[in-house]
Write a protein that binds this ligand. Structure first.
Ligand code: HGY
Ligand code: MN
Ligand code: MN
Ligand code: MN
Length: 427
């Protein structure tokens, strides 16, 4: 059949920005902390309500909705050659404690609105278009980032790990999933997608950095995603009375943790590149009483780089420091666990080209750039050609309540996404 020249039908790409903004604001109210912050953690009551909200929007857009064993949610618009591998787009709606209302959300609500834009323009997809809401991109509850997309990408190691993983309240992953309505989460390998399940995956996301806003550029075309890693460390000492135990007798687990945190900063700064970053976002002292010498400390370290080898060298140095601090201070290094040590991902050239031509056709300025934050795209890249579209956000703020993206910028991102999905669907 003559494939309709879809470009004409797309001349009227109009985004319903008011309803999109209202959805962003409504979703933000499903939070365990007061506005303007958002906290929405995997399988909690607010997460379950937010999932219902997304499934409802997918149905209202005429998508057929299904969920897998861990709650990855798929909304599909069948194409007229639906036997071909579909094109997909999506992101996450979980939010770390006291964060903002745009991280992830823009890529889920924006993908649904991109479908609405195409439907309103009369476009008919050849390859089906599928919106994905990934379960738990953030590491908050079980300490594992991109849990849903890692499983979709076929991580057998994660499927095994989740069988024996509990959260901070000692609730197992499978019980938490069951309580959220995901019964049969025993056979997690049922979540794995085969390579070739999608012909393309593309994610719309706020930049979470200051470049696009500083350079007054409308769109970021992501060429690569930096390599993330996270480490859990525990130190143990004898603890004791803050008044009676004289300094030479002490082996203070809290000071060991403090020294390691500063060692992380030192190794990262000594890496020779501005692209190496390191953060100690969690540092807990036990028993946590002012007049009791910490007998235990727990740190969680996040370190990343666009160069995987350089990042791994930093991890090695952090481990050496942990060992030498433990010896010097006579504290036990009871845990040094690398939770994840992921390679970077490269975007697919075809998707980069399609996104660039969409920007040109829509007269939007754009620049190619890397993503220093990780995303579900990092794992979708293992089973599908991947691309990402960035929009500017206020001062690059993210993972804090001041996170903000203007609805005009969100609208631009949705239009570029819609046109790019159309191009990829016709390929
Ligand atoms: O931490 C990250 O890079 C992502 O925003 N969760
Ligand atoms: Mn995030
Ligand atoms: Mn995100
Ligand atoms: Mn620990």
């Amino acid at each position: 059949i003559h494939e309709p020249d879809f470009q004409d039908s797309l001349s009227s790409l109009s985004v319903e920005t008011e309803s999109l903004q209202r959805q962003i604001d409504e979703l933000a109210t499903l939070s365990d902390t007061p506005a303007p912050s958002v906290t929405r953690v995997l399988y909690t009551e607010k997460d379950v309500l937010a999932r219902r909200y997304i499934k409802n929007l997918m149905s209202l857009s005429g998508l057929s909705v299904k969920e897998d064993a861990v709650g990855n949610i798929f909304g599909r618009w069948d194409g007229y050659e639906s036997e071909l591998a579909p094109v997909s787009s999506g992101s996450h709606i979980d939010a770390i404690p006291y964060s903002g209302k745009y991280d992830g959300v823009v890529g889920v609500l924006g993908a649904i609105e991109a479908i609405n834009v195409l439907k309103r323009s009369g476009f008919k997809p050849k390859r089906s278009l599928e919106v994905i809401m990934f379960t738990s991109e953030e590491p908050t509850r079980f300490g594992i980032s991109c849990l849903g997309s890692r499983l979709l990408a076929g991580s057998e190691e994660l499927a095994q790990l989740l069988k024996k993983t509990v959260d901070g309240q000692n609730i197992s992953f499978s019980n938490a999933a069951r309580l959220a309505g995901y019964e049969d989460n025993e056979a997690l390998s049922s979540v794995f997608l085969k390579k070739g399940s999608y012909s393309a995956f593309i994610e719309l996301h706020i930049e979470q950095g200051p470049i696009l806003e500083e350079e007054a550029t409308s769109i970021g075309v992501v060429t690569a995603i930096a390599a993330p890693a996270s480490i859990k460390v525990d130190f143990e000492g004898n603890g004791g009375h803050a008044g009676a135990a004289l300094m030479p007798t002490r082996n203070d687990a809290g000071l060991a943790a403090a020294e390691l945190a500063l060692a992380v900063e030192k190794h990262v700064l000594d890496s020779g590149s501005i692209d190496t970053v390191g953060t100690v976002g969690i540092l807990e002292l036990h028993p946590g009483a002012i007049n009791s010498i910490p007998s235990k400390s727990h740190l969680e370290i996040d370190t990343r780089d666009i160069d995987e080898k350089r990042r791994n060298e930093v991890i090695e140095k952090i481990k050496e420091s942990a060992l030498s601090i433990s010896k010097k201070r006579g504290v036990k290094l009871s845990e040094f666990k690398i939770v994840n040590q992921d390679p970077p991902a490269l975007s697919d050239d075809e998707i980069i080209k399609a996104t660039e031509s969409s920007c040109k056709e829509l007269n939007l300025s754009y620049k190619k750039m890397i993503s220093r934050a990780y995303h579900d795209s990092l794992f979708m890249a293992r089973i599908s050609p991947m691309g990402m579209i960035f929009i500017p956000c206020y001062k690059g703020y993210s993972h804090k309540p001041e996170e903000f993206s203007a609805i005009e910028d969100i609208g631009n991102g949705v239009r570029v996404l819609a046109l790019t999905l159309a191009k990829l669907s016709m390929s």
